[in-house]
Ligand binder design. Structure first.
Ligand code: SF4
Length: 448
């Protein structure tokens, strides 16, 4: 007797532009989930990496600098794209799941068109950062079959298998497009370890590094932040689950360096303490880095423990050294607390990175001078200025919901002004002033 094995062929595609340091985190965790289902045969195609590998040296350099606008254009007109598209089509997937960012949208439209032209019955699903309601007018919706908004872990299999009546799903149909979101936010306590077996691991730029995450979301309420709105709740993994994943990766893939992708690594101090205790007991030599918020609990003792665990770099979202601006931003620390944490981090032997933001409503000219003075005074404790951004009103942030609270006046050309001569021109001037001071102090900002 013959048995015919029926399975669904799923292809995850990581769209450019993205970093090529290590595999994309979202695909590795999602593949671990679908790989458990014997009726789904999944494959991963990191289009971002493959395109990078076929690029000229000059393009590779630009790619690594992640200048998004330029990067986006480079990728769209890449001479090798059609070659790689043929490979993608030849994989004969039943369903293609694209992940990417807002800079991937034009490429998503182009590839989806080509895929549908070759095979009308192929299903196209998008998820991750590219799947946001605010981008929906840029996405060619007639080419997309399914969108998963938000967390996908507990609904992905239902969506792939067409179990649209599942009680876990919120389903909305609009013409040919069906959108999904989860009714029940999945627990992260003991998630499956990511699957890196289907990646060409040896081709990524950093041969020691893998991404990892401790938590999702953020409990803080910074008025400018649009990142935290992606998740309603702050959720955290079991520290043992994270340590076990690190050991698993160490044994299986010989990886010893981790980039923690959390919005902040110190959203839950009891998690952090337990994680450090468990990791330090294991006595394995790893290194890791991530972003953090300034908080009083980041004491010298804790920072020494962090260093002992292998933490070598922390990027703090300081934003400003002026208490007036911090208050307007609804930050829950003062400038002097920020300086204490920065100094202690450096004393503990951990590299310090900071992010700065200029032009927040309520900022006065003298606030920039305060930031400059303190930046110069304490520059010996700062290793890197990761980014200096001009504040822009992102969809979903507190300022975008309540512009009147910040005395924001919108102009006809979508520009805005606020009190204390805060306008487009003055914001650029303030940015340049700050950038020049950083450069003078040997702190060339990575992103401006
Ligand atoms: S800026 Fe950072 S700390 Fe503030 S809400 Fe956003 S993620 Fe949280």
């Amino acid at each position: 007797m013959f048995y015919v094995l029926e399975f669904m062929k799923l292809l995850f595609v990581n769209l450019p532009p993205w970093s090529v340091e290590s595999p994309p985190i979202i695909v590795s965790y999602l593949d671990a989930i679908v790989s458990k289902d014997k009726t789904i045969k999944s494959e991963i195609y990191d289009l971002n990496l493959e395109l990078f590998l076929l690029s000229e040296e000059e393009t590779k350099t630009i790619w690594k600098k992640q200048k998004c606008k330029y990067w986006e254009k480079e990728v769209f007109d890449h001479p090798k794209l059609s070659e790689l598209l043929k490979i993608l089509i030849s994989k004969k997937a039943d369903i293609v799941c694209f992940v990417g960012t807002m800079f991937s949208i034009s490429l998503l439209n182009k590839i989806s068109y080509e895929l549908k032209k070759q095979n009308q019955s192929i299903k196209i699903l998008i998820g991750g950062k590219i799947a946001k309601e605010e981008y929906s007018n840029k996405i060619e919706k007639s080419l997309i079959d399914f969108i998963i908004y938000g967390e996908a872990e507990n609904i992905l299999i239902d969506v792939i298998k067409g179990n649209f009546k599942s009680n876990k799903l919120n389903v909305v149909q609009e013409n040919n497009l069906i959108t999904f979101s989860t009714k029940v936010s999945p627990s992260l306590k003991n998630i499956n370890f990511p699957n890196y077996e289907k990646f060409r691991l040896e081709k990524y730029e950093d041969q020691k590094r893998l991404p990892i995450f401790f938590s999702r979301g953020c409990k803080k309420n910074c008025a400018f932040c649009s990142d935290k709105k992606e998740y309603n709740l702050f959720k955290i993994r079991d520290p043992k689950n994270v340590v076990d994943e690190i050991i698993n990766n160490y044994i299986k893939y010989e990886r010893t360096d981790y980039h923690v992708c959390d919005l902040i690594i110190n959203g839950d101090m009891s998690f952090l303490e337990r994680f450090l205790d468990l990791l330090n007991k294991k006595n394995i030599k790893i290194s890791w880095a991530g972003q953090a918020t300034i908080r009083k609990e980041m004491t010298l003792d804790l920072l020494k423990k962090l260093r002992m665990s292998g933490c070598h770099n922390i990027a703090y979202g300081v934003e400003s050294f002026s208490d007036n601006v911090l208050k307007h931003m609804d930050k829950d620390y003062s400038s002097s607390e920020a300086i204490t944490v920065i100094k202690n981090t450096k004393f503990a032997g951990i590299n310090v990175g900071i992010n700065l933001l200029v032009g927040f409503p309520g900022e006065k000219k003298e606030d920039i001078d305060i930031t400059i003075d303190l930046l110069e005074k304490y520059s010996m404790f700062i290793d890197q200025v990761n980014s200096i951004n001009i504040f822009s009103i992102q969809v979903g942030c507190f300022v975008s919901k309540y512009p009147d609270k910040f005395d924001i006046k919108f102009q006809k050309n979508l520009d805005w002004t606020a009190k204390y001569s805060n306008n487009k021109e003055s914001r650029v001037k303030r940015l340049n002033k700050l950038v020049n001071v950083c450069k003078k102090n040997g702190l060339i900002p990575e992103w401006v």
